[in-house]
Design a protein around this ligand. Structure first.
Ligand code: 3PG
Length: 317
């Protein structure tokens, strides 16, 4: 008989997939987010061997100190920036993720946002809601033949590049982690490689942010780069809030350098203070890149697969 593992799911994971795997998950509990960490949930954290979570819950000492039996902490998705890796290492907690499982969903959303920014979909929709027929007020633009830079060429960046190619964009990528072989392959695919961080954004019509969040990508969009940008550039952040310097971006919007902005990932989620509410050229969505039934299904299955494959026999806790 397979060893059964006590698992806590934090997030809106599909219950049917979890329940189908009840044979390996001895007991499981599903809560929506950290705000639901009630005394009952803390009790569950205390006994659990595995936590599977989306972002939105901070895995740092104040929470993890209760998890004395925790062996595996799985981020169902790519970014593990909400986890204190050092603390986990000290406590012998393995941190894993499921990269790629939500990439298609994030990339499809990116394309939708590119089109929505280019065609002013949101202010036109608001106009209709107010009974205004703004047919001639907003001139849109085509995406075809536009210069687009994709910052971060991982699972998501690659898919976004592939989808945008079908629109006929001129695509540049910037990713300091790429090997020469990966760069050569990207060139064969018809992409340009930006050779320096600061010049990557120069002359671009669209800047798409897909890097993983780490000290290198922190405030990638900053004042220095905004000063180099083409007037009216459109920026899309589907990475993490802190990939952009909030003050610098606000300045860029106010002086017209930034002509459109789409924010899926925020500096604080949800934001207590949101200075972007009054800009008609800013699209705001609440970190929904991975919120599709397909992405959540794949990431849940992959997380359960990681639990099953883990070497539990030699696990002491
Ligand atoms: C990720 O890190 O994979 C994405 O930001 C999606 O994360 P989420 O599932 O927590 O929304």
């Amino acid at each position: 008989m397979k060893k059964q593992i006590k698992t806590l799911f934090i997030g809106d994971f599909p219950k049917d997939i979890i329940e189908k795997n009840a044979n390996i998950l001895a007991s499981f509990m599903s809560v929506q987010d950290v705000k639901d960490l009630t005394p009952l949930c803390i009790e569950s954290v205390k006994n659990t061997q595995v936590i599977v979570s989306r972002s939105g819950c901070l895995f740092e000492e104040p929470m993890l100190k209760f998890a004395t039996h925790l062996k595996l902490l799985i981020k169902a998705g790519a970014g593990t920036d909400m986890i204190d890796h050092e603390y986990c290492k000290r406590q012998g907690i393995f941190v894993m993720n499921t990269p790629g499982t939500n990439a298609q969903s994030v990339s499809e959303l990116t394309i939708g946002l590119v089109v929505a920014l280019a065609r002013h979909v949101v202010p036109l929709h608001s106009g209709m809601e107010e009974g205004r027929w703004l047919r001639t007020e907003y001139k849109g633009e085509e995406i075809s033949s536009k210069n687009v830079v994709i910052i971060g060429y991982g699972n998501i960046g690659r898919r976004t590049a592939k989808l945008l190619k079908t629109f006929g964009c001129f695509i540049t990528i910037y990713d300091p982690t790429l090997s020469q072989q990966e760069k050569d392959h990207a060139i064969l695919e018809g992409l340009n490689i930006a050779t320096c961080e600061n010049c990557s954004v120069k002359d671009m019509d669209f800047i798409i942010l897909h890097p993983s969040y780490n000290p290198t990508s922190h405030h990638f969009i900053n004042q220095k780069k905004i000063n180099k940008m083409k007037k009216g550039v459109k920026i899309l952040n589907l990475a993490r809030g802190n990939v952009m310097d909030q003050e610098a971006v606000l300045g860029g919007l106010n002086n017209g350098t930034i002509g459109g902005l789409a924010i899926d990932c925020w500096w604080e989620e949800p934001p207590k203070y949101n200075p972007f509410q009054n800009f008609s050229n800013v699209i705001m969505i609440p970190h929904i890149g991975a919120n599709t039934k397909e992405a959540l299904g794949r990431s849940t299955k992959e997380a359960i697969n990681l639990i099953e494959k883990h070497d539990w026999k030699n696990t002491k806790k």
